[in-house]
Design a protein around this ligand. Structure first.
Ligand code: B12
Ligand code: SF4
Ligand code: SF4
Length: 316
């Protein structure tokens, strides 16, 4: 069966998704050599990128017969201020992590969309949110959602970059328009590069994950090194700085949604409270969020560094 792109795009509201785009699965929308080179520089704890590289570059290895990629966007930013509003003695938990784990929240919407596609069109379909070997940003661009900025994130015209992506591979043949040529939305702006506290954006459009706080305070399984203390810039878990300074995000729509509002204790928690937690308290506060995967010990290691550096600031 063949569907029209508008048939699939029309399912967005039904599935609680802000916007759906559709694009052919092939050609894969990145330069394979460049992507392979970039992935080979990833730090050890992001080794899964290289380990599943073949699948990333060939979605047919995930779903034999795949014809179409469906890309979904859900805005999560909200209107609360970021780390620039941090009170003394507190630490910042990134927006992506201060509410219930988005893998689950967006996952259930993607599951519903996948089910509808399978039922309505008799197609095979597989969904992913973040954890699968799928080029989510590149397909989102090809599906017409927007462009990838200098900070390496996908920007949509309506919501800026504070959007989660979900992706479906399907063997359904969809009459989709040819991928739009990638647009450079950044021009001469370098706000994100200049604001990055660890200089992780020195190479245009490519993130140096080894330097990025979103890796060092989230996915790195080692405690952050003491040299990182002055560069944490208030961030306890994740980092939103290169998004907060972006002019597109400043003027983007910021719907306040209950699903993505901070859970109790997650908006700028006091460092002393985190440092005083035992496992039970940690699970009570962070148990339903992505912070749980970090574990109490590593979270405390970052909190300790932040507290040390803010004490030094006060003495100085
Ligand atoms: C690994 C990963 C990370 C790593 C590495 C990030 C990275 N930029 O590579 C770390 C842990 C650092 C990370 C951090 C964050 N992440 Co992350 N992450 C991923 C993941 C799982 C894979 C990304 C990947 O393949 N990276 C490998 C590198 C090599 O490629 P890439 O940047 O994705 O791809 C581009 C380059 O290859 C480039 N490229 C290709 N050819 C060429 C050629 C030239 C010449 C150039 C210049 C570039 C170029 O274009 C590709 C497409 O844009 C995706 C989910 C997914 N499956 O896609 C989420 C994802 C990208 N992350 C997400 C989020 C929310 C974040 C954080 C904001 C969380 C936070 N607040 O702390 C930060 C943002 C940091 C930043 N500035 O990017 C969202 C981003 C949504 C969006 N609007 O773009 C995603 C899509 C998850 C989701 N499903 O919503 N993340
Ligand atoms: S997330 Fe933070 S550390 Fe990473 S590139 Fe953006 S500003 Fe830099
Ligand atoms: S801050 Fe400027 S350079 Fe960075 S992503 Fe936004 S528009 Fe592009």
């Amino acid at each position: 069966m063949k569907a029209r792109a508008s048939d699939i795009e029309g399912l967005a509201t039904e599935c609680d998704i802000d916007s759906i785009g559709v694009t052919p699965a092939y050609p894969v929308p990145v330069d394979a050599d460049t992507f392979t080179r970039l992935v080979s520089n990833a730090p050890r704890d992001l080794g899964y990128l290289a380990a599943r590289l073949k699948k990333r570059l060939d979605p047919g290895l995930m779903l034999p017969g795949v014809r179409t990629v469906v890309s979904a966007v859900v805005s999560y930013g909200g209107a609360l201020p970021g780390v620039e509003a941090l009170p003394p003695g507190a630490g910042f938990i990134s927006r992506f992590a201060w509410s219930r784990d988005y893998h689950k929240v967006i996952g259930s919407r993607m599951k519903r969309l996948t089910y509808v596609i399978e039922e309505r069109f008799g197609a095979k379909a597989l969904w992913y949110v973040d954890t699968g070997p799928v080029l989510e940003k590149a397909y989102a661009v090809a599906a017409g959602h927007g462009f990838v900025g200098r900070n390496s994130l996908l920007f949509t015209p309506r919501f800026g970059s504070f959007v989660f992506l979900g992706t479906i591979l399907t063997d359904l043949d969809v009459d989709a328009p040819a991928p739009a040529p990638a647009r450079d939305g950044c021009g001469r702006c370098v706000e994100c590069r200049d604001a990055c506290p660890t200089m992780a954006l020195e190479q245009d459009y490519v993130l140096d994950s080894r330097r990025c706080l979103a890796h060092l305070t989230v996915s790195d399984r080692n405690p952050p090194s003491p040299e990182l203390a002055p560069m944490l810039a208030g961030n306890l878990y994740g980092c939103d700085i290169c998004q907060d300074v972006c002019p597109y995000n400043i003027k983007a729509e910021k719907p306040d949604r209950r699903d993505f509002a901070p859970l109790p204790g997650l908006y700028m928690p006091m460092l002393d409270d985190v440092l005083g937690m035992d496992e039970d308290a940690f699970l009570r506060v962070f148990g339903r969020t992505p912070v749980r995967r970090r574990g109490l010990e590593l979270l405390k290691a970052t909190a300790g560094l932040l507290k040390g550096s803010s004490d030094i600031d006060r003495v100085g």
